[in-house]
Design a protein around this ligand. Structure first.
Ligand SMILES: Cc1cc2nc3c(=O)[nH]c(=O)nc-3n(C[C@H](O)[C@H](O)[C@H](O)COP(=O)(O)OP(=O)(O)OC[C@H]3O[C@@H](n4cnc5c(N)ncnc54)[C@H](O)[C@@H]3O)c2cc1C
Length: 326
């Protein structure tokens, strides 16, 4: 079966979750000759070699100044061109903000079925099967994409690990895209303003320490930043902390914030509402610090500390400092 994988890059850096999508795509295809990837950006030809060993023989590169800033119109036209050239049965992407934005448009343009934000995917009996958490993670839906010529799927980041297979030449193949500029005139991206943080974005972060309403003010978040700096973690927040003005919206984890899947999630002064847990319950290891021993967060925590975060976090920072040898 032929599978095409969309590789997300920003500013010339391939997102780590793109390798997870590649791994899924290579597995579904079964052979590097049947798997291809597509990269879109200002000048992406040199990035293709980074896909070597991930089970794809061919990497379409769509380069041009008009693709420098992400634009749903242009990016879907570029991936459409790769679909027309490669004729895959399945297209794989990531349920990142970018994937969530343009895959529905692409699926509609190509008359394809689309499974979104899945945590497991397989090809069985001529159909694409996906598992998707729903209702804030309270249940899992089994979705089947069938009876169509083209199937699309976006995978949840940080769930299905990337694996190098040592096969796949990842030869770059420049792909011209006719009409993308005209399409992009209908909706232009004028500017993308980045957050100030140099840390990994929450959705990519392997380590996260988050604060809730109990942080009490924005200044107090500095104890979380100090701890995060020691281990290279990213700082997140509950909606209560964001709504109270203690943290910015891009830090919000949960149903109306970001969905995260780090190796370690430390929740400080967060009660564990269903809406917060919807965004972090699939974290590999969860540590909760809360003064209330009955706080719901403890029901999903692997390690719980009943205590005042203002006492616990500085001790944690000190111990981590000793461990990493600063
Ligand atoms: C439609 C909808 C969408 C929502 N989306 C989101 C979302 O995306 N993300 C999200 O987070 N919420 C979301 N919410 C809000 C959610 O329902 C909760 O109100 C919110 O998560 C509570 O945040 P919190 O845990 O920080 O605050 P609280 O629930 O007030 O909990 C604070 C916790 O801190 C503990 N505490 C107090 N002092 C200390 C201390 N010194 N040390 C340690 N612990 C202490 C308390 O025991 C308590 O458990 C949503 C709500 C709705 C209705």
């Amino acid at each position: 079966m032929k599978v095409l994988v969309f590789i997300e890059q920003r500013d010339g850096k391939v997102k780590s979750s793109a390798y997870e999508a590649l791994t899924v795509g290579a597995r579904l295809a079964g052979s590097p000759a049947d798997a291809a990837a597509v990269l879109v950006g200002a000048d992406v030809a040199s990035l293709a070699s980074q896909m070597a060993g991930y089970g794809v023989d061919k990497v379409y590169t769509v380069s041009g100044a008009e693709f420098a800033l992400y634009n749903a119109m242009g990016y879907s036209a570029a991936v459409e061109a790769a679909i027309k050239d490669f004729s895959p049965q399945v297209v794989v992407g990531v349920a990142s903000p970018m994937g969530r934005d343009f895959f529905p448009r692409l699926a509609a343009r190509m008359d394809a079925a689309l499974l979104t934000d899945v945590i497991a995917v397989e090809w069985k009996d001529g159909a694409l099967h996906g598992t998707k958490p729903m209702y804030s993670g309270k249940c899992r839906a089994h979705l089947v994409s069938q009876n169509c010529n083209l199937h699309m799927v976006t995978i949840r980041p940080n769930v299905m690990p990337a694996q190098k297979s040592a096969s796949g030449a990842a030869t770059a193949s420049a792909l011209p895209v006719a009409g993308a500029s005209a399409l992009m005139n209908t909706m232009k991206t004028l500017e993308i303003r980045k957050g100030k943080s140099e840390k990994a974005d929450l959705t990519d972060a392997k380590l996260i320490i988050s604060g809730g309403r109990a942080m009490a003010n924005a200044d107090n978040f500095k104890i979380l930043h100090e701890c995060a700096d020691v281990i290279g973690a990213t700082v997140g927040a509950s909606r209560a902390a964001v709504d109270s003005g203690y943290a910015t919206h891009d830090m919000q984890v949960g149903q109306t914030g970001k969905t995260v899947n780090p190796n370690l999630y430390i929740a400080c002064g967060i009660s564990g509402s269903i809406q917060h847990m919807a965004g972090m319950r699939t974290s590999k290891v969860i540590v909760a610090v809360n003064t209330d021993k009955d706080a719901p967060i403890f029901t999903i925590a692997n390690y719980g500390i009943v205590g005042d975060l203002f006492k616990v976090v500085p001790v944690l920072t000190k111990k981590l400092n000793e461990l990493v040898g600063h």
